[in-house]
Design a protein around this ligand. Structure first.
Ligand SMILES: *[C@@H]1O[C@H](CO)[C@@H](O)[C@H](O)[C@H]1NC(C)=O
Ligand SMILES: *[C@@H]1O[C@H](CO)[C@@H](O)[C@H](O)[C@H]1NC(C)=O
Length: 268
């Protein structure tokens, strides 16, 4: 018997895009990046905000999925096979999670601030006291710690035996860049059907370094990696209730906070 082992090359860093201009100025990087995050790439005609059909009564953040028939999510919901992961840090607004669960999705919410290690609420909603990180804890630390509360998403998928996530929602207060980088480098992003990220632009983010132009070029390069994997942006929302600041400055009429939704078009 021949067992075929497919060895995927390990990637250590993402591919950086060329600079937007030869001057490497913040202006040119920022204009390119802001144009990118405010321009949808594919039309979704059946967008659902917070899992609700009635959009009028909803004042919470617009976590948006696409239920167009040409994408997989609508079928998965109909067949009660959809799985949603939600990554957060002490978010009290659970409308999205509760509504997706009542639509028949299996919803896993990961949040280090919940009271017990695991709460099973209703038939389809789980709360896990876990924080998603872009690296696993060091083994030396892990063995000394009774409760490991930090894991990579890929590790959790393996432990749960989940091959696919239909929707990944992430509200990670500036850890989103390194988490997204980790999902790209480890190929985990290919296991995801739709992505909804809140992104934060008032500072570079955790463990993102370099001057302002390099930071914006890095952010942009992450999204170009998604695009290369055929993720298409179908929803973009500028949060006007947050400070209107971009890398600590009031410039480019930008907000410090946007919510973006992509669909993996290889999953159709
Ligand atoms: C920022 O740093 C990069 C790489 O270190 C450099 O190429 C670039 O010229 C710098 N940009 C500015 C505006 O100083
Ligand atoms: C700034 O952004 C707001 C909200 O998106 C928009 O209504 C306004 O027209 C923008 N102003 C300029 C000068 O672009």
């Amino acid at each position: 018997m021949v067992i075929a082992l497919i060895l995927l090359p390990i990637r250590w860093h993402i591919d950086l895009q060329p600079w937007a201009s030869s001057s490497h100025s913040l202006d040119s990087e920022a204009i390119r990046f802001l144009r990118y995050i405010t321009t949808t790439q594919i039309i979704c005609s059946h967008r659902i905000k917070n899992g609700q059909t009635d959009q009028s009564v909803d004042a919470s953040k617009p976590w948006t999925v696409c239920l167009d028939e040409k994408f997989n999510l609508a079928h998965q919901i109909r067949n009660k096979q959809c799985r949603v992961y939600s990554l957060g840090l002490g978010e009290d607004d659970n409308n999205f999670e509760v509504n997706m669960a009542s639509r028949g999705c299996e919803v896993h919410r990961f949040d280090p601030s919940i009271a017990s290690t695991q709460i099973h609420e209703g038939e389809r909603l789980w709360h896990h006291r876990l924080s998603i990180d872009w690296r696993d804890p060091k083994p030396a630390i892990a063995t000394h710690k009774l409760h490991i509360t930090t894991k990579k998403l890929g590790t959790i998928l393996n432990e749960f035996g989940h091959w696919k996530i239909d929707v990944l929602k992430a509200d990670m207060e500036s850890a989103e860049w390194k988490i997204l980088e980790n999902l790209i480098l480890e190929g985990v992003v290919e296991q995801i059907g739709q992505l909804i990220f809140e992104i934060h632009l008032h500072w570079p983010g955790f463990e993102v370094s370099g001057n302002d132009s390099s930071v914006v070029r890095y952010w942009y390069s992450l999204f170009k990696e998604l695009e290369r994997k055929d993720f298409k942006l179908f929803y973009t929302y500028k949060d006007l209730s947050k400070p209107q600041r971009f890398l600590k400055k009031e410039i480019y009429n930008a907000s410090s906070c946007y919510i973006l939704s992509w669909v993996n078009t290889r999953w159709t």
